[in-house]
Design a protein around this ligand. Sequence first.
Ligand SMILES: CC(C)(COP(=O)(O)OP(=O)(O)OC[C@H]1O[C@@H](n2cnc3c(N)ncnc32)[C@H](O)[C@@H]1OP(=O)(O)O)[C@@H](O)C(=O)NCCC(=O)NCCS
Length: 257
Amino acid sequence: MADDGAAQPSPASTAPAGPCNGRLRRAAAGLLLGGGSSARFTWPVRLEPEPVRGEPARRGSVSPAARPSVVVRELRADDEDAWRALRQAENDRLAPWEATLPVGGGEVLSAFPVFVRRQARRARLGEAMPFVVEVDGALAGQVAVDPITWGATRSAQVGYWIGSTWQGRGIMRLSVALVLDHLLGPVGLHRVEINVRPENERSLALCRGLGLREEGLRRGYMHINGSWADHVSFAALAEEVHGPDGTGFQERLTRGS
Ligand SMILES: CC(C)(COP(=O)(O)OP(=O)(O)OC[C@H]1O[C@@H](n2cnc3c(N)ncnc32)[C@H](O)[C@@H]1OP(=O)(O)O)[C@@H](O)C(=O)NCCC(=O)NCCS
């Protein structure tokens, strides 16, 4: 199992350092980011759900005050102990969905602190956003936005996992909604993709529940749990969600539409 952070890290996130030094990398990224996009890109960011306004009190329903507090924030070096404990406890459950490195590529997994530093650097360059999900102050899972590409594509890929204590409570669906709204809104991306193995019923349900567009099967799309695996591709475009009539994913969830 990949031991360096996200459920589906891109090959770039585990690749050994390239020949460019920091200054050259920044210069290259500056060219890719182009005018305007870097000005909108802030890191770290903290995403929290909007409070639900005017919600009618129903008998037997959980009051908004009693709901768990969900925060999506940056992965930090001091998350290591909580992250490691959760990942070790959940290894068997997560392994079937984990990205792995194909043999023969010369790539190696990084230690947690190295991974966090590398991801933070990539986040500052606008290449990735390594988020964690915190529920009532406890680290509950991860949402990896990786890679982000600018230029003529302005797109990103998103992967995620959540610990079993919090699974099935709509927390990851809400977290992904917050991240998609952030990427397609303030960050200014045009397209976001989530790729899911056809056997992963929970993740398929999450994407369908969010109303993401299903674009078809990608054969051998990613190396998962030791072999190349087909993936169903889901996507959203900024104008579909945040255009003149768009409401955003979080609001869609709140409205139940
Ligand atoms: C995929 C994953 C993040 C989903 O998390 P979750 O907490 O179950 O997500 P949510 O509760 O927010 O919503 C999941 C959906 O699955 C549905 N679901 C719940 N139990 C299910 C089950 N046994 N089978 C199929 N769907 C199920 C829920 O009803 C919900 O659908 P809805 O939006 O139509 O109500 C979680 O299962 C996980 O971490 N899996 C392992 C890692 C992984 O697969 N990562 C994704 C790789 S693409």
